[in-house]
Design a protein around this ligand. Structure first.
Ligand SMILES: [Zn+2]
Ligand SMILES: [Zn+2]
Length: 238
């Protein structure tokens, strides 16, 4: 079927010509990125741990999620692309990443096991200001790609006052424990396999706390996915 989104994009292009979300150059209406930017994206070259998704393992015993998948390193042009995802209403990069993540999740047998897709929630006030929630958009496009049900009312969050990047790893953990909470009234997820999305996977505090909440609600497995992750050997240290 010709999706409504494709028709929408074709028509939208007449009014707002399609642009590369990273460099801003004009691209064809049905493209998501320009070829130059795509070739510069820092896709993973080495094999990462299947359990914690890092090049040097985190403490596996403290992890609530069962596995995690990312596409690239959170550095260089990828930082810019993810930043665009947050600041603009430009959805090309979310759609592009969702297609690739969909493939990764299929290849690893995760798509076949997942019952529900959800995302790390953004606080309502921020979402209102920005117009949408980038982790949810990524999850939404991937759900469409894989044909998996979505539910974004499993988790909630309080207003976040701290600047994440100023916190140490252990402070982030405590902070995440304070701001996220479960909304058990909105779904019975007992025995279900949940696929949880965020845009970036850094220390993993957020994804881990959210996975723990989903497990407390009865989830059988929680698999995580994000566009990018920080690795230990890279320039952009946390
Ligand atoms: Zn470009
Ligand atoms: Zn590991």
């Amino acid at each position: 079927m010709v999706s409504r989104r494709l028709i929408y994009k074709f028509l939208l292009d007449f009014v707002y010509p399609n642009r590369c979300p990273i460099c801003g150059s004009f691209i064809k209406w049905d493209e998501l990125l320009c070829k130059v930017c795509e070739s510069k994206l820092p896709f993973h070259e080495k094999t990462l741990c299947e359990r914690c998704g890092k090049d040097k393992c985190l403490d596996h015993d403290s992890l609530h999620f069962d596995s995690i998948y990312t596409l690239m390193r959170y550095e260089d042009i990828c930082v810019k692309a993810i930043h665009q995802l947050k600041d603009d209403r430009q959805l090309n990069f979310a759609e592009y990443s969702a297609k690739l993540l969909g493939n990764v999740l299929r290849e690893n047998g995760i798509a076949q096991q997942a019952d529900i897709i959800t995302s790390v929630p953004m606080h309502r006030s921020k979402r209102r200001k920005r117009g949408y929630d980038q982790a949810q958009k990524l999850a939404h496009f991937t759900a469409a790609e894989l044909g998996i049900n979505e539910n974004y009312r499993l988790l909630g969050r309080t207003k976040d006052t701290a600047e994440q990047h100023t916190l140490t790893a252990s402070e982030r953990k405590t902070h995440a424990e304070e701001i996220y909470f479960s909304l058990p009234d909105h779904a019975d997820i007992k025995g279900k396999n949940i696929l949880l999305f965020d845009d970036v996977y850094t220390t993993g505090s957020t994804l881990n706390v959210c996975s723990g909440l989903l497990k407390n609600m009865g989830a059988k497995n929680v698999f995580c996915a994000a566009i990018a992750t920080t690795l230990l050997d890279e320039k952009h240290k946390e």
